[in-house]
Design a protein around this ligand. Structure first.
Ligand code: ADP
Length: 461
């Protein structure tokens, strides 16, 4: 085992995840560096670090966090040993991973090779097939013409999902229920993908009606050891984006859970996965699993896994990147058996969006903010305090509220209570909507599939 401890870590990100990373660093006695855009000059994450530097002069608020050369140069100048990319921005960009390596800076996450094998959804499907993991029936390469798409439709039938190979965040996705929608969807998904990801490539999958979204948290060290931290159910979605997540998936039998986690480990072992990642699947009403993608980074919803396993994933990510083995006391996972589930946790994403106005983002100044607390409640927030300015330029996630309980019902009670305790004035938010979902009998029965929100417009009241 070759360990090189880090003295200073930069979070190449903003908001709650930058703060989450700094917290782990502080707990490990590692110095912290923040970067911030002009737009974020009074954002909280900047003040939570030991040092902070403005980036992206003359660039837009998003582009500021995407400047690979500038970020690497700054890291070198400030003696940063390692960069944590968080989620979004540069977190799944193999060119960034390569630039870090070239500069002699560790990236806290899997390297460029693994990112390339799994980052593109078509490539990842190939890996899954090689690893004998079931995938959604689909094309094995990008579709470049209407004729190819029609051939697939003839073979597999409608409805069909058109997906961007480089997709993420629910963008570049279209459902086609007939020939005309397929032709139109191909064009619009491809141009959306080009605009959003700089890559117009799309492929086709059979569209599964009303599946559940289940996913497995994995982590590997640099010596070929990989474990899973069990599963999450992320079926509560709007526009294919997660709103509420649960760990572990409710109503999954021990045998099905084992099958799911084994599939995830097969993929991880096939590529020699290093650091944290998530293997995502859909599950149909008969309990069949279908691989959909791998996220080669820490995810927004890692909190619920931490709550039910008691494992600090971000701290473990840092230790793995420093070269520790999973079974080192610093990480403390001697074998898979050391990871045990305890109870349930639910994460609700509080956003500054107005559910009564089709979730359009709201912005302005927070005039009143009183956060909940008490047993079983965890909060992960970015700039959420009285006087904070909510910018229209970034993701509308304000705070993640996670509630723990010994059963699904108990964790729902904790989470609903925390949502009800919350006071926020000055900007609109989705707290009432989240509370409606968590209090719904279908939710409490652990029976929501990915169409739940769309099928229940009364939740918006
Ligand atoms: P992204 O990378 O944009 O998050 P994913 O491939 O992870 O895209 O899919 C996001 C969501 O879209 C899934 O959780 C599911 O709700 C829906 N979805 C994706 N593929 C299919 C499919 N083949 N059939 C039905 N729903 C799908």
């Amino acid at each position: 085992m070759e360990v090189k401890k880090f003295n200073k870590i930069m979070a190449a990100n903003r908001g709650e995840i930058a703060i989450r990373i700094f917290r782990a660093c502080i707990e490990l006695g590692i110095k912290t560096v923040a970067i911030y855009s002009e737009e974020d000059r009074v954002s909280l994450h900047r003040y939570k670090a030991d040092e902070s530097y403005k980036v992206g002069k003359g660039k837009g608020p998003i582009e500021a966090y995407l400047g690979i050369d500038e970020i690497i140069d700054l890291a070198k100048k400030k003696d940063v040993d390692a960069i944590h990319p968080g989620y979004g921005f540069l977190s799944e960009n193999p060119e960034f991973a390569e630039a870090c390596e070239k500069a002699g800076i560790a990236l806290i996450g899997p390297g460029a090779t693994i990112q390339r094998q799994l980052g593109d959804k078509v490539a990842a499907r190939k890996v899954a097939i090689e690893a004998a993991v079931p995938v959604v029936p689909g094309t094995d390469k990008p579709v470049t013409s209407e004729e190819e798409a029609l051939l697939f439709a003839a073979k597999c039938g409608y409805p069909i999902m058109i997906k961007a190979a480089a997709g993420g965040g629910g963008r570049g996705m279209r459902i086609a229920r007939n020939r005309q929608e397929l032709a139109e969807g191909l064009r619009s998904a491809s141009s959306e993908a080009k605009a959003a990801f700089g890559n117009p490539s799309v492929f086709l999958e059979k569209y599964l009606e009303n599946p559940k979204h289940v996913e497995v948290q994995i982590m590997g060290d640099k010596y070929g050891n990989v474990v899973h931290f069990y599963d999450r159910d992320c079926s509560i979605q709007r526009r294919h984006q997660k709103v509420i997540e649960i760990a572990p998936s409710p109503n999954l039998s021990a045998a099905k859970r084992q099958e799911l986690c084994d599939y995830a480990l097969r993929i991880a072992n096939h590529v020699g996965y290093v650091n944290a990642g998530t293997v995502e699947f859909l599950m149909d009403a008969d309990g069949n699993f279908y691989f959909i993608e791998v996220n080669t980074r820490i995810q927004v919803e890692h909190t619920v896994t931490e709550m039910v396993t008691g494992r600090n994933l971000v701290r473990n990510q840092i230790r793995v990147a420093e070269g520790y083995r999973l079974d080192d006391p610093e990480i403390g996972i001697r074998s898979q058996k050391d990871i045990q589930l305890n109870g349930f946790a639910i994460q609700a994403r509080v956003t500054t969006e107005d559910p009564t106005r089709n979730f359009s983002p709201d912005f302005g100044t927070i005039t009143a903010y009183r956060s909940p607390g008490g047993f079983g409640v965890r909060l992960d927030a970015g700039s959420a305090f009285p006087g904070a300015r909510i910018s229209p330029h970034y993701d509308s996630l304000l705070v993640k509220i996670s509630g723990w309980g010994i059963s699904l019902r108990e964790s729902a009670r904790t989470t609903a209570r925390a949502l009800e305790e919350f006071r926020l004035r000055g900007v609109k938010c989705n707290i009432g909507f989240l509370d409606n979902v968590i209090s719904h009998p279908t939710f409490l029965a652990g029976a929501c599939d990915t169409s739940f929100i769309d099928n229940h417009p009364e939740l918006f009241q």
